[in-house]
Structure formats: C-alpha cells, structure tokens
Design a protein around this ligand. Structure first.
Ligand SMILES: [Zn+2]
Length: 164
C-alpha cells in the first residue's frame, strides 16, 4: 500500500481559497485554462474581454505591464479593446487582488501579476521594471505609523541607470 500512498498528489480543489500571497498560476496550476475560474473566484464576471486580457496577463508567468503595454499586446493578439477598457480592467483586477500596482513615476503605473511581497528595480530611461530577487532589500527600521494606522505594505523601487 506504500505505492498507492506515494502517488497521491493534492487535488487542485485543495487550493480554492484565495491567499494574497498566492499567484494565480499557483492557485490553478494552469493559468491558460483557468482564467475563468480565477475571475469567478474573486467575484468578477468572466466577460470575453476580461478573459482575453486575463489570458494575456496571466498566461506567461510573472509580468510587469503598463496599460499601454497591455494595449499593444491585446492589439497584436487581435483582441478588440480600447485603452479605457484596459485601464478599467487593470484596476478591477487590482482591486480583486489579482494584480498589484507598482507606481514608478507619477504618470506611470505598472501592474504586476505577482501579488506576493517583493520589491523592484526600475531602469531609468529604459522603462524596465523587474523584481529584486529574494528578500534582497535593506529597509531600515520600519517607521512607526501615526496613531490609528498600521503599515499595510512597504513598496521599494530601486532606480537604476547605466554606469558611464
Ligand atoms: Zn514584481
């Protein structure tokens, strides 16, 4: 009977609950086919546009995209969608906890498919945002929040430029 025990894997239904630290692909095991259940899990109706944008966003592993970048990809993928819809969808996904917004400049927001706690490098001039590996960030003593508040999250964006 040890053989039988050795091939028992946890079923996907073990992970129906949404943990903020769990990425969609961890949750479903297969991002490409599970956008629909991912949307349903967070209470968003799986409309065709949300499905299409969800596939583009979550089908390729961890990504950092601006609304404009997603718009370009959607257009290339022949998904008929306006930039306004892209913005709305990105914000809905963010509110639902599927994406994390990373503000780099006042005008520029990146949307991260990895919603777990991590920090970013940003290459100035190249508009490239990528993860700082591991917990490789030095943050001094956490500031004491004002009375009645707690620290929700610490976002660190380390800005880089080419040496020269
Ligand atoms: Zn990231």
């Amino acid at each position: 009977m040890t053989e039988a025990r050795a091939i028992v894997f946890p079923q996907q239904s073990v992970f129906p609950q949404q943990s903020p630290d769990m990425r969609p692909e961890d949750r479903t095991g297969c991002p490409w086919h599970d956008v629909k259940s991912m949307l349903r899990d967070v209470g968003l109706r799986p409309t065709r546009q949300r499905m299409a944008l969800g596939w583009i966003l979550f089908g390729k592993g961890d990504r950092h995209l601006t609304a404009e970048m997603l718009y370009e990809e959607a257009t290339r993928a022949k998904v008929p969608v306006s930039l306004a819809t892209i913005y709305n969808t990105l914000h809905q996904f963010t509110e639902a906890g599927l994406l994390r917004q990373v503000a780099v400049d006042g005008s520029k927001a990146y949307f991260d498919t990895n919603t777990s706690t991590h920090h970013h490098f940003f290459v100035e001039g190249e508009d490239d945002l990528f993860d700082i590996p591991g917990a490789d960030v030095i943050i001094g003593k956490s500031p004491t929040p004002p009375e009645g508040y707690e620290v929700a999250r610490v976002d660190v964006v380390v800005r880089l430029r080419k040496k020269g």
